[in-house]
Design a protein around this ligand. Structure first.
Ligand code: NAP
Length: 288
């Protein structure tokens, strides 16, 4: 990847805390170079509770857009001028475009995850989707699944009240406690881990027993580090097709760049950018 800077070069960023591990600068700068766009993309550490300070600085120095990761995806909402329906529906924002001093918020996690399913020959319409976890990732994935035509979305969470809050007001979405999760497996078409269990640096070994999972179900983990998680190992043990969260990361980044640039990438462009990013990230979506 070659980064060139001129006085005209636009500045994009990702903010979060911690942010040192972020793959976003590598992914975005690779795409900017591929597309010949005159922008550079940097990582900026922004501590919890200080997103308003960052926004003020971003306006001053003319940052044109930024991605947000933990812990800012909800804190940014009161500072926005406008939100896309996707962001409003999941109550979370991972992409902001700055234009004439105004902030436009969008969420690309759900659509990014959906696009990653296509690499496994799957999609939501008509499917029963079971999601483990009810945090930010689960919310984006669940809302996109239901909007995309899933027959039913089940949200299983340690804190039942949080799953119930996520499902409230949605038809075809139901909340379950952890003790009920094995009973949901026999007719689940797509099982998605949206908890951090198994992530590098995170303890916990409460991976579900997947023996009862429908034989042709796909198991996806939102985690991509490590590339092969305990949840994926269990799915392999029971003979299921498995994938990790690198596809979600890559495709959310592609749709985020489209939002920054006000460009709607066609399927061919998304595929070409995706192939390049899988190769530079060095993480195989199937965790091989
Ligand atoms: P979050 O908002 O903190 O939510 C975490 C969820 O996991 C909560 O529902 C929590 O349950 C549950 N949980 C945590 N520890 C648990 C445990 N020991 N046992 C059972 N449940 C547990 O996190 P998030 O932002 O949704 O992220 C979740 C995972 O997705 C992380 O590993 C993150 O790295 C990954 N992610 C990946 C991408 C990508 O692009 N691939 C994007 C976003 C997130 P309670 O409600 O009971 O606390």
């Amino acid at each position: 990847m070659k980064i060139e800077y001129r006085n005209s070069t636009g500045l994009l960023a990702v903010i979060g805390d911690p942010i040192g591990h972020s793959l976003s600068p590598l992914l975005q700068n690779t795409m900017l170079e591929m597309l010949g766009e005159d922008f550079i993309y940097i990582a900026v550490p922004v501590p919890a509770g200080t997103v308003a300070d960052f926004v003020s600085a971003a306006k001053t120095i003319g940052i044109r857009g930024f991605n947000l990761t933990m812990p800012h995806k909800e804190d940014i909402i009161p500072l926005l001028s406008e939100m896309t329906p996707e962001a409003a529906h999941c109550g979370s924002v991972n992409t902001v475009r700055l234009e004439n001093g105004l902030l436009y918020g969008h969420s690309t996690d759900g659509i990014g995850f959906r696009r990653s399913l296509k690499d496994f020959g799957r999609d939501y319409p008509g499917s029963i989707v079971t999601i483990l976890g009810a945090g930010g990732a689960a919310k984006s994935v669940a809302m996109n699944a239901i909007e995309s035509g899933a027959k039913e979305v089940r949200v299983v969470n340690r804190t039942l009240a949080r799953a119930e809050a996520l499902c409230r007001g949605e038809t075809n979405m139901r909340a379950f406690s952890l003790s009920e999760r094995e009973a949901l497996l026999h007719d689940t078409d797509i099982l998605i881990n949206c908890t951090p269990i198994g992530m590098t640096g995170v303890g916990g070994s409460q991976v579900p027993d997947l023996s009862a999972l429908k034989a042709d179900a796909l198991c996806m983990d939102c985690i991509y580090s490590p590339a092969m998680t305990p949840f994926m190992e269990e799915a392999r043990r029971t003979g299921h097709d498995v994938g990790n969260g690198i596809g979600m990361l890559i495709y959310q980044a592609i749709y985020a760049l489209g939002f920054f640039l006000k460009r709607e990438f066609g399927e061919d462009t998304v595929t070409a950018l995706g192939e390049r990013l899988f190769s530079v990230s060095g993480i195989h979506p199937r965790g091989l």
